[in-house]
Ligand binder design. Sequence first.
Ligand code: PMP
Ligand code: GLN
Length: 389
Amino acid sequence: LPSRLPHVGTTIFSTMSALAQKHGAVNLGQGFPDFDCDPALIEAVHAAMREGHNQYPLMSGVPALREAVAAKLQTLYRASYQPDSEITITAGATQAIFTALLASVHAGDEVIILEPCYDSYAPNIELAGGVAVRVPLTAGTFRPDFERIAAAITPRTRAIVINTPHNPSATVWTEAEMLQLAALLRDTPILLISDEVYEHMVFDGAQHHSVARYPELAARSFIVSSFGKTYHVTGWKVGYVAAPAALTREFRKVHQYNVFTVNTPMQLGLARYMADAAPYLQLPDFYQAKRERFRAGLSQTGLKLLPCEGTYFQCADIAEVERFARSGLRGDLAFCEWLTSELGVAAIPMSAFSTGPALKDAARQTVVRFCFAKKEVTLAQALSQLQEL
Ligand code: PMP
Ligand code: GLN
């Protein structure tokens, strides 16, 4: 079979999780919590099942969940989205992003992505028949470089994908950066796909600058989020997209033929759980405490910590880790493999998030990403093993 994605292998997340399992390593690679969700959420899903909510829901999603999302967008970002015509429940953020791209991209269209970035964007663009235009984030700081973004825009540019809080670098876009993006896109027909799956994980009292806060941007945007990240249920694969009615109409034309709809009891359980409280409000403190402990432990090692403004990822530079240098190996991928087999801790190499100019030479990449969405005992175990660095 001629491959539709000839340059693509298995994702780094599956690869590193398998390696971690093989070596019995503490898995700080793939981003998922190793603790369970609130039992009340499980009970809400069970109740929905017992009540017989086990058949197809509406194509756009269970109404109560779309209403809960609309209420959240109103409360947090002062944005009005109509649950019936502007919010669609998806099988996770990955499907939301892919469907938004399939609905937007015509053959040969260009879509700008800012590398390093989540690894599904570029293959999704290619599968949609488009061309991924890879613009590097600023080297070292991972902040958007608007001059380079402006220079990448052509008459074929259909869309740009952004992600804040950012996986993998843990940066959070500022208001000034959002306004710069708005100025750049003004008077263009360029669509915006805004991946906001870590919207509730922003630290040090800072705010998440959702595109929903900026009406000028929101008018051209698919805003994507994921219940998996917010409620510690990544395996449920439930997310949503919020977009103006005209964009949502086109989104749903594709959605109805690639998944049609998403499992009913999880949707209803999430809706009822969200109605009782706003559990996401505790997330910044919850993850900031983990970040503090993890950073304190890592600071005792040869790793150099990068800032962590949001997400549940901590990046570190490996350039001064002497023990690794002595191994004769080079590069962030080799480091992650070495770390897994030698010290029993799995991480993800930053180079896995780039394929364009940001990558340059993988052997010179020196940043790795750790996931700290882990129990205290898991983090303590990992930190004790990392002290040998
Ligand atoms: N975007 C980013 C930036 C992510 O980190 C993830 C989580 N792996 C996703 C999208 C996908 O989220 P989901 O599991 O809901 O598909
Ligand atoms: N979002 C998670 C990460 O970046 C997991 C992604 C995945 O397994 N596809 O690690």
